[in-house]
Design a protein around this ligand. Structure first.
Ligand code: FAD
Length: 423
């Protein structure tokens, strides 16, 4: 089959790779000049298979207002909120308060996480990709005794799903992370032993090169404008090239992996994808003293900032902000991220010299991604991965390829069904 994939972020690129591996002829369309240049560019770099959870968390509802009001709080809301922001917030509340839904969705995402880890290991065996990737575990620090208590319940769920984890004392944390000599409060940590890291942007670009070497037609600087369809099938997609010329590309099947920009392609065919851009920020900087930096990836629950080692670089990331597609980077956000790093890994890098970035998590109001058949028989969706698209890219790509080939998916995909927002 000839299959067109729209979107050259990590999810679209992994999808193109899986489809090519299965013998399909694949064309990937990306409007930027390189792969992974939007949300996949400078995220927190965690492949956090054991951490994945839905955005619509009932526990979050009560924390949200204090978090918005606190100066260094991790949740921010731009005032006045737009209609789209308010609609997204109301919808999130509705899902958060649906009895039992959070638990079901969390388990479904964790199962996808387990599958994704397996697919990453296979892919890294199949291809030699240089992306500062590692699987050296992930630590969730507990800055209060209550946080540590909460991790006990998490650990029960993880053992139910056979995901290895350990509760660490402060001494064990410092042994695992000798560079962590800062004065931030520490009562222990939950260690996700099989989780990993990696530069998502480098991975996307390396995978694009591998795909091209295997015969995928990766077309940059083209914008997919419109799907051309009758009541049953999509026959073609119209594109505009960099020079503004229009073109129509026919194919047997189409996969939409356009992240935050997926809805406008699918909505005209009758399916609304309520994906909202949840903003975050990061700093990336070479470490001046790598021994004083993290050995893997650390989630500091005090500021909700993640510090990750990528080779000899440090990536520090934070904030969940509802501000539509606003690309400003306020100094106050960067100052909080720097404060968190300094409180854990003082002196590891010159944080003032860091490269700064902002990006948008393609978030669904309940949390799970959108994976499955779309509103026409040959239209497929692998999008809306929110906070965990890097982690879940390899697994979701395999699953959408299974669906396209008419196979039973390796895991149950009920939580990810595209039509759930209209039920
Ligand atoms: C601050 C922050 C930290 C994060 N940390 C982590 C983390 O540690 N671990 C993790 O797993 N995830 C993390 N994420 C989430 C993760 O980055 C995203 O889920 C993931 O990158 C989404 O990938 P994607 O391919 O779906 O979207 P994108 O990377 O946005 O790719 C979509 C692509 O489609 C292209 N496109 C869109 N419309 C069109 C069109 N019409 N025609 C042609 N091309 C089009 C875009 O140009 C873009 O390249 C984080 C996100 C943020 C913002």
């Amino acid at each position: 089959m000839h299959i067109v994939v729209v979107g050259g972020g990590v999810v679209g690129m992994a999808t193109a790779y899986e489809l090519n591996r299965r013998g399909h002829s694949v064309t990937l369309l990306e409007r930027h000049a390189v792969a992974g240049n939007e949300t996949s560019r400078a995220n927190a770099a965690q492949r956090s298979y054991g951490v994945v959870y839905p955005w619509a968390d009932p526990a979050m509802v009560f924390k949200a207002i204090p978090w918005i009001l606190k100066q260094d709080g991790p949740l921010k809301l731009r005032f006045p909120p737009s209609v789209e922001t308010l609609r997204f917030m109301v919808s999130t509340l509705r899902y958060a308060w649906s009895p039992g839904l959070f638990g079901l969705n969390r388990r479904a995402m964790l199962r996808l996480g387990i599958h994704s880890r397996e697919r990453f290991l296979a892919l890294e065996h199949e291809l030699e990709l240089a992306f500062d990737g590692d699987h050296r575990g992930l630590l969730h620090l507990a800055s209060t005794p209550d946080a540590l208590e909460g991790y006990r319940a998490t650990q029960e769920l993880l053992s139910e799903l056979n995901i290895p984890s350990r509760l660490l004392t402060p001494e064990q944390v410092r042994e695992a992370e000798p560079g962590m000599v800062g004065n931030g409060p520490l009562h222990g940590a939950l260690s996700y032993d099989t989780d990993g890291t990696g530069d998502c942007h480098k991975f996307s670009r390396e995978l694009a090169k591998a795909c091209e070497a295997k015969g995928v037609a990766v077309r940059y600087n083209v914008e997919a404008e419109k799907l051309i369809a009758d009541d049953h099938k999509v026959s073609a997609i119209s594109l505009s090239n960099g020079d503004g010329a229009m073109e129509t590309l026919e194919a047997d099947a189409f996969v939409i992996s356009a992240g935050c920009w997926s809805n406008h392609l699918v909505q005209p065919l009758g399916l609304q994808l309520p994906i909202y851009p949840v903003k975050g920020y990061s700093l990336t900087v070479p470490m001046t003293d790598p021994d004083r930096g993290p050995t893997s990836t650390i989630h500091d629950d005090n500021y909700k900032v993640v510090s990750t080692r990528l080779g000899n670089r440090l990536r520090a990331t934070g904030f969940v902000e509802l501000a539509d597609f606003n690309r400003d980077i306020p100094e106050a956000r960067l100052a909080t991220i720097r404060k968190s790093v300094e409180s854990r890994f003082p002196g590891c890098a010159d944080l003032d010299a860091a490269e700064t970035w902002t990006g948008f998590r393609p978030m669904t109001p309940d949390g799970p991604a959108i994976i499955g058949r779309g509103p026409r028989e040959n239209l497929y969706l692998n999008t809306g991965h929110g906070t965990f698209g890097w982690t879940l890219s390899a697994g979701s790509a395999d699953l959408i390829a299974q669906i396209i080939d008419g196979e039973e998916p390796s895991i149950c995909l009920d939580a990810f069904r595209p039509g759930r927002f209209q039920e």
